[in-house]
Design a protein around this ligand. Structure first.
Ligand code: NAP
Length: 248
């Protein structure tokens, strides 16, 4: 039996891309997964696909993670529907790229509110049940951009670097209850977020990647399975970089 059998897992941004792959991997291992995304049609379609494959279950929720009140209500709903949560994956994220000096306040706020405050909102909504579950886990999806910066992504870099600081502070706060908190920093992963790149840009990116390939959502899901599992019980406050060797 899988170590995730019947565990209650919340994955945000699970309507597509990396979050969907992580949610699917938990369902494949028998977990009860809350599939959270902004758009109802996306969370519903993703959950339907996962339920058809099983053996675990996927329950869709449409919530804007930047809205603290809505996320608090989600916390109550998930507890009623699925029971106490033992694994939280904060993955929902957006980009609004532009040079810092021309960036609108709205683009700054949207990215920080979704990528960073969203993780805070979710953690607050589920902290009580997480702190009571033996072997509970929080996994935050940061980015290599949070480690190295990127011209045109000051808002995104700040949000992802902020998520690393948040991860380390929480790891210290939750360590007394044996709850681990770690971050994954993906490099370039083939998803909708990177699908819009021109061929020229894709080739330029690959020049920076020693393994000469884009990562896949499955690569990130495998890392999340490792961090969520018993094999990672002695790892906390860390950033696992999954980027084909770009940052080393
Ligand atoms: P994606 O394909 O664009 O999917 C983003 C997901 O986040 C969608 O399910 C979206 O919901 C959800 N979302 C966005 N804003 C939300 C909000 N306010 N409330 C709730 N859900 C929201 O992105 P991805 O490429 O899979 O990236 C997933 C995470 O990995 C992000 O945090 C991203 O920064 C990080 N990352 C990605 C890469 C990469 O190369 N792709 C690299 C490093 C880090 P809807 O479907 O409903 O719109």
């Amino acid at each position: 039996m899988s170590e995730f059998q019947d565990r209650v897992v919340v994955v945000t941004g699970a309507g597509r891309g990396i979050g969907k792959a992580i949610a699917r991997a938990f369902v494949e291992r028998g977990a009860k997964v809350a599939v959270v995304s902004r758009t109802e049609a996306n969370s519903q379609a993703a959950a339907d696909e996962m339920n058809a494959a099983g053996p675990g279950t996927a329950t869709p929720y449409a919530v804007d993670v930047s809205n603290g009140e809505a996320v608090a209500a989600l916390g109550k709903q998930v507890a009623d529907d699925l029971g106490p949560v033992s694994i939280l994956v904060n993955n929902a994220g957006v980009t609004r790229d532009g040079l810092a000096l021309r960036m609108s306040e709205e683009d700054w706020d949207t990215v920080l509110d979704t990528n960073l405050k969203g993780a805070f909102n979710l953690t607050k909504a589920f902290q009580r049940s997480l702190l009571k579950q033996p072997g509970a886990r929080i996994i935050n999806i940061s980015s290599v951009i949070g480690l190295m910066g990127n011209a045109g992504q000051a808002n995104y870099a700040a949000s992802k670097a902020g998520l690393i600081g948040f991860t380390k502070a929480l790891a210290k706060e939750f360590a007394g209850r044996a709850v681990t908190v770690n971050a994954i920093a993906p490099g370039f992963i083939a998803t909708d977020m990177t699908g819009e790149l021109t061929d020229d840009l894709r080739n330029k990116i690959l020049e920076q990647v020693p393994l000469k390939d884009f990562g896949t959502t499955a690569d990130i899901a495998a890392t999340a399975m490792f961090l969520a599992g018993e094999g990672a019980r002695y790892i906390t406050g860390q950033v696992l970089v999954v980027d084909g060797g770009m940052v080393m």
